[in-house]
Design a protein around this ligand. Structure first.
Ligand SMILES: [Zn+2]
Length: 58
């Protein structure tokens, strides 16, 4: 699997290198790159939250 969430590529492709606030754990300044399915839509969460159930997010 390619390292889509790391390094130079990330800076080129994602604004702010993907950093933001994770909606699941509320951490700021973390890379919010992983998509979790929450019903119809997908929510982007940080690496720590990528395995949680997206249905718990609102
Ligand atoms: Zn998180």
């Amino acid at each position: 699997m390619a390292k889509n969430h790391r390094g130079k590529l990330l800076k080129q492709t994602v604004p702010g290198a993907g950093r933001g606030t994770c909606p699941a754990c509320g951490r700021t300044g973390i890379k919010v790159l992983h998509e979790v399915k929450a019903g119809e839509k997908t929510v982007k969460v940080c690496k720590n939250c990528r395995h949680i159930d997206g249905a718990k997010l609102s």
